[in-house]
Design a protein around this ligand. Structure first.
Ligand SMILES: [Zn+2]
Length: 317
């Protein structure tokens, strides 16, 4: 092929928008995407939408409000916010997040009505309930909710029990909670009406103290019963992984969490697996690893229901 022919082929490729969109799916490097956007008006039109798929907003502990304002106003001024698919907020100016910051986040959510994925990460604490309520109101197509708090921080939160306004997520299919206050996590799960996949890891040790806090168990059991009843005809699948430590000093080294292939539980004969939740029609396996317990629940039951021996209280969880 001559140089002229190669140039012509490259020009032809670059002129076909569908081919460029396919190419965009294979570019994970945001720097390259920026360069492409700046190279021509045509490339700008094609690649900017890809660039707008994920926006990360990072607020650090010593950022003043002027910095936060500059950051969020810059995003609000951009033309592609309404196309944004995934907003990731990393907010480390807590534990009492400034009202001004929360108001700017509210404004940002107001301008991202087509968000599909929302991630909150904070070393300082759980997402404020007011922000969750705004998220549920402004971003109704939301399908994935990822909430990650710092380790050992807020495992004693009160959740939504004392809150008048509660968020309702009608379309959220995937819920991930990591290091969230246990009540907070359970109540958020309760507000998601279309779940298929739940991951709750690094939960507070209080979950294990059933004889003191039976409320957790009753709440979880009632929730599972409600979900199973509503899915009994559709058999719409639900899979939950929950992981908690039974020790006061949280030790979260969990073999199952560290090894995603284990969540399929291909080795139920392993003595560290036990079948739990005999009241559920889905199947729940618990994995023991020292003080850490990891439960994987699957609905519908992937195998014919077996007749189970009555487990001890500890096994029931
Ligand atoms: Zn785990």
């Amino acid at each position: 092929m001559t140089i002229a022919m190669a140039r012509s082929a490259a020009a032809k490729f670059a002129s076909i928008e569908e081919l460029l969109l396919i190419l965009a799916d294979y570019i994970d490097d945001r720097g390259t995407l920026w360069s492409l956007c700046l190279s021509s008006w045509r490339f700008n039109c094609v690649f900017t939408s890809k660039l707008a798929e994920l926006v990360v907003v990072r607020i650090e502990k010593d950022d003043d409000e002027e910095t936060v304002q500059h950051l969020i106003d810059g995003l609000l001024a951009g033309p592609y916010l309404s196309d944004l698919r995934h907003l990731q907020l990393i907010v480390n100016n807590g534990p009492t997040f400034p009202e001004e910051t929360l108001e700017r986040i509210r404004k940002l959510l107001e301008y991202t009505p087509n968000l599909k994925i929302f991630t909150w990460e904070s070393a300082d604490g759980d997402i404020p309930v007011s922000t969750l309520v705004q998220l549920s109101q402004y971003c109704q197509p939301l399908e994935e909710l990822h909430l990650i708090s710092g380790p050992e921080l807020n495992n004693y939160g009160t959740g939504f029990r004392d809150v008048l306004e509660k968020p309702t997520f009608k379309n959220v299919r995937v819920l991930e909670c990591r290091s969230l206050g246990t009540w907070h996590a359970l109540y958020i799960m309760n507000q998601c009406r279309n779940l298929e996949r739940v991951k709750m890891t690094h939960m507070g040790y209080m979950l294990a103290l059933g004889w003191v806090h039976s409320g957790y168990h009753a709440h979880l059991r009632a929730w599972i019963s409600r979900e199973e009843a509503s899915r009994s005809s559709s058999k719409k699948p639900l899979k939950i992984d929950m992981c908690y430590s039974r020790s006061m000093k949280a030790n979260y080294d969990c073999e199952v969490c560290d090894n995603p292939s284990m969540t399929s539980y291909n080795k139920p004969n392993n003595e560290r697996y036990q079948q739990v939740w005999p009241w559920a029609s889905g199947r729940a396996w618990q994995f023991h690893n020292g003080q850490v317990r990891h439960i994987t629940y699957e609905y519908p039951h992937p195998e014919p229901v077996e007749i189970l021996a009555t487990p001890s209280n500890e096994q029931v969880f």
